[in-house]
Design a binder for this molecule. Structure first.
Ligand code: FA5
Ligand code: MG
Length: 418
């Protein structure tokens, strides 16, 4: 019947997430492999390495910062659902309408209005609006990205934010509260401060931020770890920095942070305060801290992985003993992209993940060629097949590789080169 058709139609075009129904539209781009990860909440599974690291970070903040009545200064929020509006993820943070991070290809959209948060900063505004002065927010975040040992479409962040009244900020320097010092002035924006901030306020907030985060890194890694601050930019903080740590003789970025844009505090009803904020990637830190070689392992159900993190004391040092390394199988794939067509690598990466699941460790673009005259463009990718938990057979890899080859032709409109 017509009614039945309509019913079915309605069913096909909606997406049910956390008991909420969303109408799909031309922005919808969440594959089933990502939907599967919703609600896993690795950071809330007792003894999971991400949970363990979260507990260590909470412990640092609980020990170092005591608020009124001997209560912890920072409240902890780790059950906030990852479906947010684009308003939360971008607009509330002053991300301009034409900012590259809004590109459809960068994020997972439920529809034009809703998305899976691309960072935990998406909740800053709402938490400040509820009157919180200091909080940690831990959650799963989602980004369309490359395929390698350190990238996965889902990872976890810890957001931290701390607000200061004039009294609180200046008490630390004068010992007696504001002595003719002001948080605000009608000034100009310079590389080290916002237009509405006094130089003293900007300096004090930034140094409190850096002191807090360096303390955290020393708490986690010991005081001998080498660190450095790298200036950077975010639409929601100024000045902004990234903290890098020296690991295996290379600098590794572990977090972004800065002095919160005053407009954000103002919009959240806290315009009389100044604040800092940071966002830290849990996987990246956990990989270094526990010597976990592959980001896919965090999703493992293999007891040989999870057993290694079952410790009574969260501070007990852990060094992951890799499961025996399984041999990689390497297969290349090349195809023609019709001239005039655009091609987004990440569409290919996602297709590979969808079809090959956990069998692929890495996808690398190894060659590109544009045919003179026709303008046809060819790309060659190297697919490294290697499961983190078992040996793959050549037969099963060939099967999957062929399925990917077929799918790129039917779904991405390219032409295989055989
Ligand atoms: C942000 O997400 C900002 N929201 C951070 C921030 C918060 C800045 C508050 C200022 C104030 P960024 O995209 O650089 O920034 O990510 C922050 C951290 O998340 C990185 O330093 C890294 O540790 C981690 N991260 C980012 N992308 C990935 C990824 N694809 N895989 C694993 N970890 C990642
Ligand atoms: Mg960054």
């Amino acid at each position: 019947s017509e009614e039945g058709n309509e019913e079915r139609q309605k069913h096909v075009n909606t997406l049910e997430l956390f008991g909420q129904t969303y109408v799909q539209d031309e922005w919808t781009n969440i594959p089933a492999t990502v939907v599967d990860k919703l609600g896993r909440n690795l950071h809330n599974q007792k003894h999971h390495p991400l949970w363990l690291l979260k507990e260590r970070i909470k412990d640092y903040f609980y020990r170092e910062f005591i608020g009124r009545c001997h209560k912890p200064l920072f409240s902890v929020h780790d059950t906030i659902l990852p479906v947010v509006t684009t308003q939360q993820n971008f607009d509330s943070l002053l991300v301009p309408p034409d900012h590259p991070s809004r590109h459809h290809g960068d994020s997972y959209y439920v529809n034009a209005k809703h998305m899976l948060r691309a960072h935990t900063s998406a909740h800053q505004r709402e938490l400040v609006s509820t009157g919180l002065d200091a909080f940690l927010l831990i959650g799963d975040v989602y980004r369309r990205d490359t395929v390698d040992r350190s990238h996965f479409p889902v990872f976890h962040q810890v957001e931290g934010m701390r607000l200061f009244s004039s009294q609180q900020l200046f008490a630390s320097v004068t010992g007696s509260g504001p002595a003719g010092l002001d948080l605000f002035e009608a000034g100009t924006r310079t590389p080290s401060k916002q237009e509405s901030h006094s130089l003293e306020a900007a300096h004090l907030v930034a140094s409190n931020l850096q002191h807090t985060l360096k303390g955290l890194v020393h708490f986690l890694f010991g005081t001998s770890v080498e660190t450095r601050w790298v200036p950077c930019t975010f639409p929601f903080t100024h000045p902004s920095f990234e903290l890098e740590i020296k690991f295996d003789n290379a600098w590794l970025e572990v977090l972004g942070c800065g002095v919160t844009e005053q407009k954000i505090l103002h919009a959240a009803g806290a315009g009389d305060r100044v604040a800092w904020a940071f966002g830290l990637g849990l996987e990246r830190l956990a990989m270094v801290l526990f010597a976990i070689p592959d980001i896919r392992l965090f999703w493992s159900n293999d007891a040989r992985f999870s057993e290694q993190f079952k410790v009574d004391d969260i501070h007990q040092p852990i060094r992951f003993k890799p499961l025996s390394p399984y041999p990689p199988l390497i297969n290349d794939m090349s195809f023609w992209i019709p001239s005039g067509e655009s091609f987004d690598d990440r569409d290919f990466y996602e297709l590979v993940r969808t079809i090959a699941g956990n069998m692929v460790q890495e996808v690398k673009l190894i060659d590109e060629y544009t045919q003179p005259g026709s303008g046809r463009h060819s790309r060659c990718y190297r697919l490294v097949y290697r499961h983190a938990e078992r040996t793959l057979t050549k037969a099963e890899v060939d099967l999957v590789h062929r399925a990917i080859g077929d799918a790129v032709e039917t779904q991405l409109g390219v032409q295989g080169r055989g």
